[in-house]
Write a protein that binds this ligand. Structure first.
Ligand SMILES: Cc1cc2nc3c(=O)[nH]c(=O)nc-3n(C[C@H](O)[C@H](O)[C@H](O)COP(=O)(O)OP(=O)(O)OC[C@H]3O[C@@H](n4cnc5c(N)ncnc54)[C@H](O)[C@@H]3O)c2cc1C
Length: 429
């Protein structure tokens, strides 16, 4: 009798693996700790599910091998990604969902289901699995994985009872450790670790940076469109632009999420980590000075606060003026006198690079993705099979790949899940 492929985790990558395996003739059992499939999919893209992105290459992904500037282009990671994506890429994701009858919508390069409902993606994957005869075991939490000769023994609590299963083809798709209330709690990575698979521990990524800088209180609630530069030990590591949000002890928003990998990997946030916020990334310092001085000339009697409020939110204007020890009411013509040149430069420096000391990151409960996972060196990128464990496949966030915001993490789940499923099915033939 044909051995069934057992897949652990009915999330994005697990259901994709089940579909590609079942389409290729395999009998598939899908074990899921929750009472339903794809719980995390429902919360993706603010409930709209950003399935992939028009701009797509290996540049939008990291691994734990990428720790700083010197390793930002790690060729091992890039080659690994190329091999996976050469078999299932962004276009394949779109065709896959179109074939399931889901129209997609491109909003500024980000692809969503046309009805902007994540539920559509969750249901379509689940229904396709059912149509292809995939057997779901819900409320089935895997507790142990053992290698017994050339098979794998899975121990699980299924419907409250301890049960065990034996298979020669096992796909582990249990996700990362982010938003653990969705079921992906990082437990499975430890199970694989106990089996002997080397891994990089999960750390929160795509998340906000924490800071104890007292002045953040003054900016609380503010959102600006600006630039963020990350410095570690005075070296520029990376930079991003977009909407930045200031909270009492946090700096958040997509540009902060995008650079959070480099704060989180190796706990880099402990290494003199500074965010420099640029309120005017589109202007050089001289241009900004010209604009301010020009406005001051046109309306010489307006206060400095009024002058700044024409360019930046009032909370920031107040903070900057206090920061350089200037009265908010000082007439702008006074300030732009030559003897105040030093303070003028200080003001411009604050607007172009407000410096915030980072002391940590928001934890897994607020991190959209986990960096870390099973090391790439342990996995064959042509099949997602583990090199030292024939018949054992890993995919999705459980693998040491994390992407930036914009549909890239789901794309990784689709690509790696597809590959694991089809490879496992091919070896069953
Ligand atoms: C708030 C939020 C928004 C996001 N938005 C986007 C977005 O718009 N676009 C994007 O590309 N990415 C987004 N992501 C990231 C994306 O959702 C994940 O990267 C992706 O779901 C990972 O897929 P996966 O299959 O690896 O894991 P998951 O989807 O997490 O699935 C893993 C499954 O395994 C199950 N499981 C875990 N352990 C066990 C066990 N021991 N036994 C049995 N079952 C187990 C879990 O219950 C879960 O169902 C978002 C993430 C979050 C948290």
């Amino acid at each position: 009798m044909q051995d069934s492929i057992y897949i652990l985790g009915a999330g994005a990558s697990g259901m994709m693996a089940a579909i590609s395996a079942a389409k290729n003739g395999a009998s598939v059992v899908l074990m899921e700790a929750n009472k339903e499939a794809g719980k995390k999919i429902l919360m993706t893209g603010n409930g709209r599910c950003n399935i992939t992105n028009q701009i797509f290459s290996n540049q939008q992904y990291f691994s734990s091998r990428m720790k700083d500037l010197s390793s930002i282009d790690d060729t091992y990671t890039k080659d690994f990604l190329n091999q996976v994506f050469s078999q299932f890429a962004m276009e394949d994701t779109l065709s896959f969902f179109h074939e399931l009858g889901i129209l997609t919508k491109n909003i500024d390069g980000y692809y969503y289901p046309r009805n902007l409902q994540a539920k559509t993606i969750q249901t379509a994957l689940y229904e396709e699995c059912k149509r292809l005869g995939v057997r779901f075991l819900f409320d089935c939490k895997v507790k142990k994985i053992e290698k017994v000769m050339d098979t794998y023994r899975i121990e699980a609590i299924y419907g409250g009872k301890r049960t065990s299963y034996l298979t020669s083809k096992l796909i582990v798709a249990c996700g990362g450790a982010s938003y653990p209330n969705t079921g992906s709690d990082g437990y499975a990575l430890n199970l694989l670790g106990k089996l002997g698979l080397p891994f990089y521990p999960f750390k929160p990524s795509l998340t906000a940076a924490k800071s104890m800088d007292g002045f953040l209180k003054a900016l609380k609630g503010l959102r600006i469109n600006g630039g963020v530069k990350l410095y570690l030990e005075d070296r520029l590591i990376c930079e991003e632009e977009g909407q930045i949000q200031f909270l009492e002890n946090e700096v958040s928003g997509i540009p902060v999420f995008q650079i959070s990998h480099f704060l989180s990997v190796e706990d880099n946030y402990q290494k003199k980590a500074i965010l420099r916020i640029d309120f005017f990334p589109e202007l050089g310092e001289d241009d900004l000075w010209e604009i301010l001085a020009g406005n001051a000339m046109k309306r010489p009697n307006q206060s400095m606060k009024q002058l700044l409020c024409g360019l930046i939110p009032d909370k920031a204007a107040k903070l900057f003026l206090n920061g350089i020890g200037l009265s908010e009411e000082m007439p702008s013509k006074e300030f732009f006198k030559d003897q105040n040149r030093e303070k003028q430069l200080l003001l411009i420096a604050l607007m172009k690079g407000l410096s915030i000391k980072v002391c940590g990151l928001r934890d897994f409960s607020g991190a959209q993705v986990s960096l870390g996972g099973v090391l790439l060196t342990e996995i064959c990128p042509k099949t997602m099979e583990c090199n030292s464990y024939p018949g054992l496949y890993v995919c999705g966030e459980l693998v040491d790949i994390d992407g930036i915001c914009g549909g890239y993490n789901l794309q990784w789940a689709w690509s790696s899940g597809y590959l694991a499923g089809i490879s496992a099915a091919n070896t069953c033939k």
